[in-house]
Design a protein around this ligand. Sequence first.
Ligand SMILES: [Zn+2]
Length: 102
Amino acid sequence: MKPPRRLSDFPYVRVRIACTNCPRKGSYRLARLAASYGPEMELDLLLERLSLDCHVRRAVADSPARYGDFRCGAHFFDLAGSPRPPDLPASTMRLRVVKGGR
Ligand SMILES: [Zn+2]
């Protein structure tokens, strides 16, 4: 699977972000993000925006020499490692719930 580059390519309904170097975690609705940043927003840029308040990122920006190669490790949780399969379209999921409830 080719990694998505833009928000409109993102395969999941929820956009989850995790950081390897700080306890920061986030979960955003794809529709919300698309509404505020536009569907053509590049994912790299989006990640940067969403992790602006990371302590590590700030500390590194304040004194880069002190931290060397240490960086905020923010990444899209569901795109890292072995990605899970894309979400089913919302309409399909709703149908399934109705069926199972009977
Ligand atoms: Zn971080």
